[in-house]
Design a binder for this molecule. Structure first.
Ligand SMILES: [Zn+2]
Length: 468
């Protein structure tokens, strides 16, 4: 499993930056040429090696004014982008094939041709590809891909790490001071953004220190929160700084947007009055994206750390983590405020999903997704639908008030191995089952089935009944 790391240049001088920008611009022309020639649904699908050999034979590469390794790596990268573009087109085509025929042999033949990029051999398939495929264009003009054996690093007397990459002149490396002492390795992708170089590279997740930590032995249910990243079925909170991080960011964004709107209206007024110099100056100095993007990047890094740390803490004790599938697109079970908050909440949900999968895979714990419908509304002791107010769940049937997230996490845990409610059980059916169970509990009838989760019920409710 690979994971992407980013290092940044630190106080790179303007001359070097300009040289890198020029190199990236020329390589952007290489990319455009590749897209122009080889991203055609009617043309033959070549490998990047074939493209390279073709260019060397006909001299195409000479027009770009870049070093051989640079254009070759760029061709490889652009060909990979084109492949991704075609793979995306194949998804609706496969769906269309399934609708078109139910004959297994015919389907197998069409899927096979599609997979081997040989759609041109079948008129029906060829027509489908033409209609579903959207021609892409190169928009990348700010990137330089550097092969693993083309760069090196050195630490100077003051302990600063310098990365040396090829420039436009043979044997003259461009040395970039970095903001980290962690040496970037493998193929590097340099992205030139806002007077700064971002160095993107992949590391093997198994090499990360946190991947060496063993997982625990328990089976634990978790519920995703807003104030804290996760609440577990043992009543522990993880990532308790998340809520504060999100509220301060949301407040900061609101204030900043209000200020920018004001400045923008001043610029618009100036432009209307014909003072374009002033309008341009405001746009350049007061409405720039560099500082804004950097602040957003810093905030995102902090949130990611908080969430990943929370998941690590759960996995410290868990061999099996039971959770709702947070990658599902339906609106979450919890309501948050408008716009900004909702966007932040949706984004953190994605990060939590990523962290659960990533950390489980690296540390060898199992992640089990369960159907979480009604888990935040049902009292885990008696099964009745409770009344939610703030972070409390008041059970109208047994009269107990639970901490809502802990109650939800226990319900999530019990969905693991629930004989009636599976991942595919529709929402309204879950509701029927939940109500039937509550009714049975109320009338004190013996249960027709006795799953292990139910037997554990009395124990875990004891643990929590002193909550309120
Ligand atoms: Zn109850």
């Amino acid at each position: 499993m690979k994971t992407t790391r980013i290092a940044y240049s630190h106080r790179l001088n303007a001359g070097k930056y300009a040289a890198l920008v020029e190199q990236a611009r020329r390589l952007g022309r290489v990319r455009s040429e590749v897209w122009q020639r080889y991203a055609s649904v009617g043309g033959a699908r070549l490998t990047d090696r074939q493209v390279r050999d073709g260019w060397l034979a006909d001299g195409t590469h000479r027009q770009f004014g870049v070093l051989a390794n640079a254009w070759k790596e760029t061709v490889r990268d652009a060909m990979a982008d084109i492949t991704a573009n075609f793979e995306a087109a194949k998804v609706p085509v496969r769906r269309a094939i399934r609708r078109h025929t139910s004959d297994p042999a015919q389907r197998r033949r069409l899927f096979g041709l599609l997979k081997a990029d040989r759609w041109a051999e079948d008129p029906y398939l060829s027509r489908l590809m033409r209609s579903r495929w959207r021609r892409g264009h190169n928009r990348t003009r700010d990137q330089i891909v550097v092969r693993a054996d083309q760069h090196n690093t050195r630490v100077d007397a003051r302990g600063r790490l310098w990365l040396a990459v090829p420039g436009l002149v043979r044997r003259q490396l461009v040395r970039i001071p970095l903001n980290t002492t962690f040496v970037p390795t493998g193929t590097l992708r340099l992205i030139l953004r806002g007077d700064r170089v971002e160095i993107h590279y992949q590391i093997d997740a198994a090499m990360m220190k946190t991947s060496q930590r063993p997982c625990g032995e328990a089976t634990i249910g978790v519920d995703k929160g807003y104030t804290e990243a996760l609440t577990d079925s043992d009543g522990n909170y993880h990532g308790e700084g998340l809520g504060h991080l999100l509220t301060t960011e949301s407040d900061r964004l609101k204030e900043r947007n209000r200020r920018r709107a004001k400045v923008r209206s001043v610029a618009n007024t100036a432009a209307l009055r014909g003072n374009h110099a002033k309008a341009d100056r405001i746009a350049r100095n007061n409405l720039g994206a560099i500082k804004r993007d950097r602040q957003a990047g810093r905030h995102q890094a902090r949130v990611r750390t908080e969430i990943f740390t929370a998941v690590h803490r759960v996995v410290d004790t868990a061999a099996i983590v039971v959770a709702e599938d947070l990658t599902k697109t339906f609106a979450g079970r919890k309501q948050f405020g408008r716009n900004t908050n909702r966007r932040l909440a949706a984004w953190t949900k994605g990060v939590t999903a990523e962290a659960l999968t990533n950390v489980s895979e690296r540390r060898g714990s199992a992640l089990v997704h369960v159907n979480a419908a009604y888990t935040s509304q049902v009292c885990h002791r008696c099964g009745a639908l409770g009344h939610r107010s703030g972070d409390r769940l008041h059970c109208t049937s047994c009269g107990v008030v639970w901490q809502a997230d802990v109650n939800a996490a226990i319900n999530v845990l019990r969905r693991h191995g629930d004989p009636d409610i599976t991942l595919r059980t529709p929402h309204h059916v879950v509701k029927q089952i939940v109500q039937a169970r509550a009714d049975r509990h109320r009338s004190r009838l013996p249960l027709p089935d006795s799953s292990p989760a139910r037997q554990a019920e009395s124990e875990s409710s004891e643990v929590l009944s002193n909550e309120q």
